[in-house]
Design a protein around this ligand. Structure first.
Ligand code: UD1
Length: 419
């Protein structure tokens, strides 16, 4: 079993390049299905979730192969199926994103229900009702989604909440409609803008991403393209929080502060100094962080739920107490018990957690409970005295190309062992 061994206590100093965004590349890989062409995806991160998407593409008859370190070549001309096996659906929760694309390309799709995940229930009711609005017939009995759409028609869809996955799924399905689809109360995440940019590069008529209303004029035949994935804002947030936790000065090449402004605002409040330009972000943290105003997770442009655990880890040795409120997922404090093993003082009540800074943290054997919770353990370990061993790191591999490599480049004492 692989694990990470971290010796905390030294300040960070160094630079690392930010990988391509997981949450962009997954919908883009599904979108590639719409093109019936060849796509060259640059800056594609090597992740377990990307591997799962490649398995799905190959299972559908498409070709996908790596060329060089981060270039993925996809050829979807040979698509031969419209169903994804339950085994592949289980490999990755966000596999539901393939539904809209398969339906638009084939007029039918068969997928098993993605089900829950380590963060709690992950319903896809908004995806399904939106697809029904576009004219799909969906039978979701028995855990399998049987979908048919002889003809998809564009129309206005109002989402009851700005779901990222539902917005993306409907954008993809809308490319296969006749007429114009408008998605109101759409999610505004930068990854939606990246998906829009990819679709435009393939010849689609999409506009409005980044605002609450996204419009898609369906029916244009899409072609392949060469596209570079945007940098991962949550990976950048992780390394900024690592610097806040351990202290030091780091440079994150490629990181874009405009995607991260709620996170950088909290880090500045905690006492870090940040400077950014088009090449990246420099972050300097000289002393123990200060406690901050309450941190409430919310859809973009609010504070990202994916950065909640990571920021919490950075504030464990802060001066004072910080209140966190998790508003997106039901079970997103599972890292708290693991952080407590290192001496953290965190009280949880429902969706609220109060972190009271302690003078010292100590290394301990801990295990990852989920992707970002796992990264949070590493961030905390950097500020702990002695050695921390982090087990069950397959969670981390879902979203970080090589966390140990990057943290080493930033000056941390961390190794990965395979026993
Ligand atoms: C995406 C991100 C994930 C991030 C999340 C919120 C990807 C691959 N994953 O997940 O990293 O944590 O956005 O920023 O991009 N909901 C419903 N019904 C639905 C869909 C969602 O009730 O049909 C609820 C969810 O339970 C959750 C909230 O809406 O409480 C937000 O979920 P959503 O924005 O859909 O997140 P994902 O797309 O699953």
């Amino acid at each position: 079993m692989s694990k990470l061994i971290i010796r905390g206590g030294s300040r960070l100093q160094g630079e690392a390049e930010i990988q391509g965004a997981k949450n962009s590349v997954l919908p883009i890989l599904a979108a590639a299905l719409l093109t019936a062409g060849q796509v060259e995806l640059r800056g594609c991160p090597r992740l377990r979730d990307v591997d799962a998407s490649i398995h799905i593409l190959r299972d559908l008859g498409c070709e996908a192969r790596w060329e060089g370190e981060n270039i993925l070549l996809i050829d979807t001309r040979s698509l031969s199926g419209c169903s994804v096996s339950e085994r592949l659906m289980r490999e990755m929760r966000s596999s539901a994103i393939f539904l809209g694309a398969i339906l638009a390309r084939c007029g039918q799709a068969e997928l098993s229900y993605p089900g829950g995940c380590e963060l709690g229930p992950r319903p896809i009711d908004l995806h399904l009702s939106g697809l029904r609005d576009l004219g799909a017939e969906i039978d979701d009995r028995g855990g399998v989604l049987h979908c048919k759409a002889l003809r998809l028609r564009g129309r206005e869809i109002v989402l009851s909440l700005p779901s990222v996955g539902a917005t993306e799924n409907l954008m993809l399905a809308a490319c296969g409609t006749s007429g114009v689809t408008t998605i109101a109360n759409a999610a505004r995440e930068p990854e939606i803008v990246d998906l829009q940019n990819f679709l435009i590069a393939c010849g689609a008529k999409v506009s409005g991403a980044g605002s609450s209303t996204v419009s898609v004029e369906g029916g244009s035949p899409l072609h392949g393209c060469t596209y570079t994935v945007m940098p991962d804002r949550i990976v950048a947030a992780t390394y900024l929080c690592a610097a806040a936790s351990a202290g030091g000065k780091i440079f994150l090449r490629g990181a874009k502060e405009q995607h991260l402004s709620t996170v950088t605002a909290v880090l500045r409040e905690a006492g870090c100094s940040l400077r950014s330009d088009e090449t990246g972000i420099v972050c300097t943290c000289r002393e123990r962080p200060a406690a901050t105003r309450p941190v409430r997770t919310a859809p973009y442009p609010g504070f990202p739920t994916d950065a909640q655990a990571i920021l919490m880890a950075a504030l464990l040795k802060s001066r004072g107490a910080t209140v966190f409120e998790e508003n997106l997922f039901a079970s997103r404090y599972r890292h708290v018990d693991e952080l407590a093993r290192m001496g953290a003082d965190i009280r949880v009540s429902g969706r609220v957690a109060v972190v009271t800074g302690v003078e010292t943290l100590h290394g301990a054997p801990v295990r990852c409970t989920d992707l970002r919770g796992g990264a949070a353990l590493c961030v905390a370990a950097l500020a702990a005295e002695g050695e921390t061993s982090v087990r069950e790191i397959t969670h981390i591999d879902r979203g970080y190309e090589d966390l140990a490599r990057d943290l080493r480049l930033l000056g941390a004492d961390i190794i990965r062992t395979d026993h």
